[in-house]
Design a protein around this ligand. Structure first.
Ligand SMILES: NC(=O)c1ccc[n+]([C@@H]2O[C@H](COP(=O)([O-])OP(=O)(O)OC[C@H]3O[C@@H](n4cnc5c(N)ncnc54)[C@H](O)[C@@H]3O)[C@@H](O)[C@H]2O)c1
Length: 321
């Protein structure tokens, strides 16, 4: 993993909510590798796994706090003595939010608001948070530019947009510093292939390993801007550390800037794994956007973000681990 900061991280204490999950645990790994003073994880283990944190258990700077962001006291306790928060905890997945909008809202909106209040009432300098490309909703414009969004297409997308609205209001009303990172389909090590709401790349890899054809929703010609997790880690580190006040209280696309169809993705993974298997095709999934591609100029300019790992290299890394 490359180094994305100049500061001495040993001076700072970090809180990663959702740190037992996919993106959060990769962020924990970076912070501990580069000598962070403290790395605390707050997670209720609903979709994350302690096994993602197993390798850090004995690290003197690591601390695990089992708790729920729906509980304000848990959020307040987790923010004690913390300098920077990276808020990753949420219930991901569009279909999950369609099946259970209330729980998704409780966690993603109620939990987010609790974290903002806890940050406001503590000495935390800044909260970087996981926003989402789903906020572009029904906008057909490509590439997606931060200040032009459509209407949300799912309850999940509503929650992620509400996060941005609350962050903005907390900046104006209470002077809380935040930066939102609109991730575009992140993939990489520690992403779970299990459960009904697994993401497409771990599902494809598992299907090829097991020799069981995966189901592609729709004709497979829908496109996504897949982002290797190391690029998302880089964006988090740079967003927490950026000094320029003009870069703060903004949202940024975090992506690779490459548009790939699901069919091309399937062929690429198949070739890399040297396997022969054909997928089956099903109906389009409600709530899904047809095409996605990010304009990443704003993050490049303000955060000095550079997507160093291209999709193919990311897939190769993931497959050799
Ligand atoms: N993976 C992607 O492609 C992607 C894309 C856009 C946005 N995001 C956002 O990025 C963040 C991280 O996603 P991920 O892919 O790592 O998902 P993940 O499910 O692997 O991680 C989320 C973590 O949050 C924890 N969590 C959930 N509810 C909680 C609660 N009530 N209290 C405390 N912890 C709770 C889970 O146990 C899990 O460890 C989420 O906010 C997600 O919405 C992810």
């Amino acid at each position: 993993m490359n180094k994305y900061h100049e500061e001495d991280l040993s001076r700072f204490a970090f809180l990663i909510t959702g740190g037992a999950g996919f993106i959060g645990s990769n962020l924990v790994e970076y912070l501990l590798k580069f000598g962070a003073g403290k790395v605390r994880v707050l997670d209720n283990l609903s979709t994350g796994f302690l096994s993602n944190l197993e390798e850090f258990k004995q690290h003197p700077s690591f601390e695990f706090m089992e708790g729920d962001i729906r509980n304000l006291e848990d959020c307040k306790k987790a923010c004690e003595g913390i300098d920077f928060v990276s808020h990753q905890a949420a219930l991901g997945s569009v279909p999950r939010s369609i099946n259970d909008p209330i729980t998704t809202n409780d966690v993603n909106v109620g939990g987010f608001l609790n974290m903002l209040v806890a940050v406001k009432d503590s000495k935390v300098n800044r909260m970087v948070y996981a926003a989402s490309s789903s906020t572009y909703g029904d906008s057909k414009e490509l590439p997606k530019v931060e200040n032009r969004i459509g209407k949300p297409l799912s309850p999940y997308a509503v929650t992620k947009f509400v996060n941005e609205l609350y962050a903005d209001v907390f900046a104006k009303t209470y002077g809380v510093e935040t930066i939102g990172l609109r991730y575009f389909n992140v993939f990489g090590p520690k992403q779970s292939p299990k459960g009904a709401y697994a993401a497409v790349i771990p599902l494809f890899i598992k299907a090829l390993k097991d020799g069981i054809p995966p189901l592609i929703n729709g004709d497979g010609e829908q496109t996504r801007d897949f982002t290797y997790v190391e690029n998302a880690v880089q964006a988090n580190i740079k967003a927490m550390m950026v000094q320029d006040s003009g870069a703060v209280n903004e949202v940024y696309n975090v992506a690779c800037g490459e548009q790939i169809s699901i069919n091309t993705l399937w062929l690429t993974i198949k070739r890399l794994m040297n396997k022969e298997l054909d997928p089956s095709f099903g109906p389009e999934r409600p709530g899904d956007v047809k095409n996605s591609l990010a304009d990443i100029e704003k993050a490049k300019e303000n955060l000095r973000y550079v997507p160093e790992v291209a999709v193919k290299n990311g897939l190769e890394n993931m497959l050799t681990l």
